[in-house]
Design a protein around this ligand. Structure first.
Ligand code: FAD
Length: 560
């Protein structure tokens, strides 16, 4: 058997190594047009920021290492320029010599990855404007910022890589502005979670400009400028373009392989393309999302690596393993905070007309009485009928990763909010509370599901109207420090004795700081014959965070 793999980083390298473990006798050739194989793309921003100090730590394996350990013929700086699917051969250009040659295969694997989007804006070719995808890009950026003349950076695009670059450049002492066309950072997460992180970014002295569109670039007398659609501009010594990537499907298209609606290479559950002798993995493929059923592309290292293993087993053993699709579990450190997401966000469920409910909870990362506990905000979305968990998003400081992974497992296993209630975690005060934030998210979701807890969402599903009652059940001191306009203050502990102040024929909106006291107040009112009582989801903390962000981009307040 002769296996040929195109692309030698995340998906390609994983596939090739597993092919060898499964088939000692096969001839395996892996082509890579770049100079490096199997390197840590995900570590590149941290190498630029000097967090990873040694360049060689980025390289998981070398071409020579692949050869000696796996007996794989790795050909770097060799680009596959065409696939002849009928003849089962690839044409290859040796980029060192310019020589072109052919290699036949029995099975071919495509893992060409994705390429950064570089829109044809005026001035885009000017010096100092970079994208970050590979080691070569990294070396350019690193040597550019190391010159010491880089004082101001503009990062265009507030996705995962954009935020990592913003943090790393800021930590090098560079003044950073992030420009984002959308009205929030991190498109895969819902607004409340994004808003929390936006406030954190601003608190670090980074300028964050949302709903802002770049129209081009110019260089006047040696000064690079990012031009904006509103006819203003921002001076920059370096620009990082991180506005997204698109699957590299050139070879696949030319070979006549089927391309899907998301413009990725279409594969079946065995990761086989429309040609049975050609498989594909990684950023270049599209596959049905297990929650929405929508065919999507996943740009993540974990799925690419795991697909590599499945793909190799299917090639050697004959389509024995099914790929179930990715739920897009992703996490990013943003200065002192961490934000993570898994599943399909509420806004995307809404766009797909998938009915769902949302719950937002704030819990301590571990027992409040043990030093160092931090607040963690969790938003989950679930089906109204059976409580199937559709997504979870978390913004917090520590312990975000472990909770996110628990949610991811539940979602992957098509579990429900009831699995969250039952989830038994490792508990001692430094690590969690007797009821973990995951349990808390489940408890609140169950209450919402059963109608025990009626919530009003920040975006106005149940906005307070003229004549409705808005009660802040926090203490007088908290109330005086800031509240929602129009709210009256009845602290929770006084509520039972002050019921006469609350008309029972009106809609009552309640809030506390994070939602718990609001829930307790709601239970008191409901059991005293108040029928229309809503707890503002996420409490004053979330309302205030979102309101601050909304005001910054010129939207109106949330409560009428
Ligand atoms: P790649 O790993 O990009 O490999 C594709 C390779 O194919 C490339 O080296 C390319 O040169 C080669 N190639 C393409 N065409 C040809 C051809 N015709 N001939 C020969 N070779 C070819 N994901 C996460 O999950 N977490 C993270 O924290 C994270 N951070 C990231 C940070 C950065 C800066 C970047 C760029 C990506 C990050 N990712 C992260 C995404 C992750 O790296 C990708 O999802 C993953 O690498 C995709 O694997 P792949 O094999 O599809 O593509």
């Amino acid at each position: 058997m002769k296996y040929v793999v195109i692309g030698a980083v995340a998906g390609g390298a994983s596939t090739a190594a597993r092919l060898r473990r499964m088939d000692e006798k096969a001839k395996i050739i892996m082509f890579e047009r770049g100079e490096y194989v199997s390197y840590a793309n995900c570590g590149l921003p941290y190498y630029i920021g000097n967090v990873i100090k040694e360049r060689n730590k980025l390289f998981v394996q070398t071409a020579a290492g692949f050869n000696s350990r796996f007996n794989i013929d790795v050909r770097v700086r060799n680009e596959v320029v065409a696939i002849d699917a009928d003849q089962k051969k690839v044409s290859v250009r040796d980029l060192n010599t310019g020589r072109e040659y052919e290699e036949y295969y029995d099975k071919l694997v495509l893992s060409p990855g994705a390429e950064p989007v570089r829109p044809p804006l005026p001035g885009i070719q000017l010096e100092g404007i970079f994208t970050l995808r590979n080691v070569v890009d990294t070396d350019y950026i690193k040597s550019y910022v190391s010159k010491g003349t880089t004082k101001k950076a503009v990062v265009i695009g507030a996705g995962f890589i954009g935020l990592e670059m913003a943090e790393n450049l800021h930590d090098l002492g560079i003044e950073v502005t992030i420009i984002e066309m959308g009205n929030q950072i991190l498109a895969p997460v819902d607004y409340p979670i994004a808003a929390i992180i936006q406030q954190h970014i601003r608190s670090k002295g980074v300028t964050l400009r949302l709903s802002t569109t770049v129209s081009g670039f110019e260089n006047t007398k040696g000064q690079l400028k990012v031009l904006l659609k509103d006819d203003t501009g921002i001076d920059a010594d370096i620009v990082i373009l991180s506005i997204g990537v698109r699957p590299d499907t050139k070879l696949a298209v030319a070979a006549g392989l089927q391309i899907g609606n998301a413009k990725g290479i279409l594969v079946n559950e065995y990761l086989q393309t429309s040609n049975p002798d050609i498989y594909a993995v990684g950023d270049a493929i599209e596959f049905a999302n297990p929650i929405s059923n929508q065919s999507i592309i996943t740009y993540l290292a974990g799925p690419a690596n795991k697909q590599g293993r499945i793909c190799a087993d299917n090639i050697v053993l004959g389509n024995v393993k099914k790929y179930e699709g990715s739920i897009n579990t992703a996490i990013v450190k943003v200065f002192d905070m961490v934000v993570g997401t898994t599943g399909v966000a509420s806004k995307h469920l809404q766009a797909l007309s998938i009915p769902h409910k949302v719950s937002t909870t704030h819990s301590g990362s571990h027992a409040g009485y043990y030093p160092g506990a931090n607040q963690m905000s969790i938003q989950i979305a679930f089906s109204p009928e059976y409580g199937r968990l559709y997504s979870a998003q978390i913004a917090g400081f520590d312990g975000v990763d472990k909770r996110l992974d628990v949610f991811a497992v539940v979602i992957q296993n098509k579990g429900t909010i009831y699995d969250l209630l039952e989830f038994e975690h490792a508990y001692a005060p430094p690590f969690s509370s007797a009821k973990d934030p995951v349990n808390m998210a489940g408890f609140v979701a169950e209450n919402i599901s059963l109608g025990i807890l009626k919530v009003a969402y920040w975006d106005g599903a149940n906005e307070a109207e003229e004549g409705d009652i808005l009660i802040d059940v926090r203490t007088e001191k908290e109330f005086e420090a800031g509240t929602i306009t129009g709210a009256i203050n009845i602290p929770l502990d006084e509520l039972r004795s002050r019921l006469s102040e609350i008309p029972s024929n009106k809609k009552v909106f309640i809030f506390c700081q994070v939602g718990l006291r609001g829930y307790l107040a709601q239970r008191i009112l409901v059991q005293n014959n108040y029928n229309q009582v809503f707890n503002i989801s996420g409490g004053y903390f979330l309302w205030n965070t979102i309101n601050k962000e909304k005001l910054l981009i010129g939207s109106s307040s949330l409560m009428k």
